[in-house]
Design a protein around this ligand. Structure first.
Ligand SMILES: C[S@@+](CC[C@H](N)C(=O)[O-])C[C@H]1O[C@@H](n2cnc3c(N)ncnc32)[C@H](O)[C@@H]1O
Length: 252
């Protein structure tokens, strides 16, 4: 989930096309100065990932957005938290299917597909300790910037990592949460428009289940989508979403 980038004074926005961040040294240094949370290494990853001149990274009052097709996409964690606060003010969350799928004695979740942090933030709000990975470097930059503006407790973020998520780096008794892009057209639940746009950058393989044999794994799927891995131990369903649960620990 992401909020629209809609501040008042458009003139104060600074635009950096992805190609200018490769070709124009002064633009590149200016960008790195404005966003100290974005390392040169991350910027290099962004550049090797995509150099399209029609994608722009945009700065306004310290916030970073991705600009595409006349829309701004950025992560607004404060609004997200406030939204959850008012949504859950008079109702419990312990019967939510995602909560039930992920809860454990440790309440420790590793979210391997951070995206716009929608699920990660909801889990922190529900009282989980969350460690999040994200492979896409642009998405990682948006996340790092969002966390700089609104730091989150009980939350750790690992930028541009995916293959780096290995069982040995994951705390024992964590539950792994995996929300890959829905890939087939017939998988009816439409992803958000912003996620459709970022699909262009979706070049990652599915997580290898063998790597996580010793963990419980929860995979988010569209209600009628095929399971990513065969034979989930059980599934929890909402109207449009299914959470396939693999008790891989027990299957060893
Ligand atoms: C569907 S989005 C996750 C949305 C996230 N749960 C949220 O609430 O915002 C998938 C994200 O995982 C990342 N990703 C990393 N590895 C992936 C993989 N193997 N397959 C699909 N997506 C992957 C993509 O870059 C993308 O940001």
């Amino acid at each position: 989930m992401s909020a629209k980038f809609k501040r008042k004074n458009k003139d104060q926005r600074r635009y950096y096309s992805l190609s200018s961040l490769v070709d124009d040294d002064s633009k590149r240094s200016e960008f790195l100065r404005l966003f100290p949370e974005i390392t040169e290494e991350l910027l290099n990853k962004i550049n090797s990932f995509c150099r399209k001149s029609d994608y722009f990274l945009v700065e306004e009052n310290g916030a970073l957005a991705l600009f595409d097709d006349n829309k701004y996409y950025f992560i607004d964690l404060e609004s997200e938290f406030n939204y959850h606060k008012s949504f859950y003010q008079n109702r419990g969350y312990k019967k939510e299917e995602l909560y039930k799928a992920l809860k454990s004695d440790q309440m420790q979740v590793v979210d391997v597909t951070g995206g716009f942090l929608g699920d990660s933030i909801l889990l922190v709000f529900w009282g989980f300790y969350v460690e999040t990975y994200e492979a896409n470097p642009i998405q990682s930059a948006l996340i790092l910037n969002a966390l700089k503006r609104f730091p989150i407790k009980n939350f750790t973020f690992h930028p541009f990592e995916f293959r780096g998520v290995r069982a040995h780096s994951v705390k024992e008794d964590s539950v792994i949460y995996y929300d890959p892009f829905f890939r087939k057209k017939k998988e009816k639940t439409e992803p958000n428009k912003n996620i459709l746009m970022l699909r262009e950058f979706d070049k990652f393989d599915f997580l290898k289940l063998e790597d996580f044999r010793s963990f419980k794994l929860v995979v988010k799927r569209p209600i009628k989508g095929n399971p990513v891995y065969p034979n989930p131990d059980y599934s929890l369903k909402t109207k449009s979403i299914r959470y396939d649960v693999y008790l891989t620990k027990l299957n060893n």
